[in-house]
Design a protein around this ligand. Structure first.
Ligand SMILES: Cc1cc2nc3c(=O)[nH]c(=O)nc-3n(C[C@H](O)[C@H](O)[C@H](O)COP(=O)(O)OP(=O)(O)OC[C@H]3O[C@@H](n4cnc5c(N)ncnc54)[C@H](O)[C@@H]3O)c2cc1C
Length: 469
């Protein structure tokens, strides 16, 4: 980072009088990390290695635009910061970059005629949903980080919630957005529901993790709050049977809001606590929406599950999952142990590879870990995601824990790629997975992303290094 950052801050304070600027070491430390497992290890190792010089918190989109222009003028690196719940090292100020906190962007409006609502990039998922609920609507977006992840961050990472089979992921939910480009210009997407006017620009910014600019507001699809919720649980003799049942009902067009299949190992404590068949896997389904449609969907799905070796187990397991769905205590507590490291690695694969990806990732991680839990919780017409939670073996200090984290991540990603899976299903790339971008997109794909970055951010002002750009 060049030394002009002090002049930059002075210019920001002059030009943007509503902007708050924080430079106290404690304030800088809070914003210098997100939820990337290595960042936990750095926090536990004493002096924090990568501190931001300052945090800038603008009042609105116009101030963000001015700040970005000034960052260009003074050639000062900046990083957009939402909830800080990112898990892949997308907000690390390696060069002391200045954090641009978007949380003061809190606008909200609802358009019931269009079935959309617009929220400022700084509203958390929970705040946006609560505002919608006051009008009798929902966006159906419930990531586990619902209380902290912001609309801008969720859009920038293509986040997904547990009700994704019905409502989709951010890439399906967002209908329009505003973005301050790295030169300070503001992009507003047209509100037309579909266009044939060149590539879809919304999708260029969805998943861009800040490298193409700062998202300031997002328009999303909304739906009336569900009239009814129907809960079901099934056991199956094997993951293979459970996946077959899911693929069958998805191909018939059935869309339970929640689909979660726990494999033979992750299911063990749940199976034991409900007294279900030992060694079986557990499937949880939640249907919601209009009463008659949900009942019909639940009935048809049940027939398919029963026809694919499933055994119906009532409502309780699904209801209890709903009640505890936001708890992350187990994994985060483990990260706090000296020398310990834990993570959730999420990849996706087509149906014809999914079982190999799941089996081989589990097999590869088991010798390195004390816990390897696997489930499938986001399903699509042509495949599904595999979600692997691991606790690595402990020992040594936190530096050793950090090394083990890197080994586990590499083992998991390389195995996924080898068996037909990909690099990330929904956590994004950040800096943690940047080196795998070519394996995901090929040289030509990376060339397109890099050429776009070089064209719109020639000085590398915003989120340098994220996505490997
Ligand atoms: C306990 C836990 C549970 C989680 N569960 C889920 C889950 O269920 N589903 C899921 O998808 N993810 C999940 N995540 C990951 C994380 O919550 C998501 O990646 C989330 O979308 C990040 O949003 P944020 O506002 O916290 O972004 P941040 O962490 O602040 O930033 C993430 C990235 O986006 C960029 N960014 C942030 N705001 C903007 C903006 N306005 N414009 C441009 N770029 C921006 C940042 O620079 C960074 O690169 C979880 C994380 C944790 C810690």
């Amino acid at each position: 980072m060049n030394e002009k950052w002090k002049e930059f801050l002075a210019a920001v304070e002059k030009k943007c009088p509503q902007t708050h600027v924080y430079t106290q070491p404690e304030e800088c430390l809070i914003y210098s990390h997100g939820c990337y497992p290595r960042e936990y290890k750095w926090l536990l190792q004493g002096d924090y290695p990568y501190l931001t010089r300052a945090v800038v918190s603008p009042a609105d989109e116009v101030e963000i635009s001015e700040i970005v222009k000034l960052a260009n003028e003074y050639e000062v690196g900046i990083i957009p910061y939402g909830g800080g719940s990112g898990i892949v090292g997308g907000t690390i100020p390696y060069q002391g970059e200045i954090m641009i906190d978007v949380k003061r962007l809190q606008d909200f409006s609802i358009n019931i005629v269009n079935g959309t609502a617009r929220g400022g990039a700084g509203l958390t998922g929970a705040e946006f949903e609560n505002l919608l609920n006051e009008h009798g609507y929902t966006a159906g977006q419930y990531p586990q980080s619902f209380q902290s992840a912001c609309l801008g961050g969720m859009t920038a990472t293509r986040a997904i919630g547990t009700f994704s089979t019905k409502y989709g992921k951010m890439d399906d939910m967002v209908t329009a957005l505003n973005v301050v480009l790295p030169n300070g210009d503001i992009f507003h997407s047209h509100l037309a529901p579909k266009r044939s006017t060149g590539p879809e620009l919304n999708q260029v910014f969805l998943g861009s993790e800040g490298v193409y600019g700062i998202i300031t507001s997002v328009e999303m699809k909304i739906y009336p709050v569900a009239e009814t919720r129907i809960f079901q649980a099934y056991t199956f003799p094997s993951t293979h049977d459970g996946l077959n049942a899911i693929r069958n009902f998805i191909h018939k067009g059935l869309r339970p809001a929640v689909v979660r299949l726990y494999d033979e190992v992750e299911a063990v404590p749940k199976i034991a606590s409900y007294g279900f068949e030992k060694g079986f896997v557990l499937l949880i389904l939640v249907f919601e929406g209009n009463k008659e449609m949900s009942e019909l969907e639940a009935k048809m799905t049940k027939e398919i599950c029963l026809g694919n070796n499933g055994r119906y187990k009532g409502e309780l397991a699904a209801k209890e999952w709903l009640a505890t769905r936001f708890s992350t205590k187990k994994m985060l507590d483990f990260d706090a142990i000296k020398g310990g490291t834990a993570d959730a690695i999420e990849v996706a694969a087509p149906w014809d590879c999914i079982e190999n990806v799941w089996r081989e990732m589990r097999k590869a991680l088991e010798p390195m870990c004390t816990v390897v839990d696997c489930h499938f919780s986001h399903v699509y017409h042509n495949g599904a995601s595999v979600y692997v939670i691991y606790h690595a073996k402990t020992g040594g200090d936190d530096k050793a824990g950090e090394e083990r984290y890197l080994q586990c991540l590499d083992t998991a990603i390389q195995t996924s790629l080898q068996y037909g899976g990909n690099v990330s299903h929904h956590h994004g790339v950040g800096t943690a997975k940047a080196k795998y971008m070519e394996a995901e997109h090929g040289k030509a794909g990376v060339y397109v992303m890099k050429a776009l970055k070089d064209a719109i951010d020639p000085k590398g002002i915003v989120n340098k290094g994220v996505l490997g750009l």
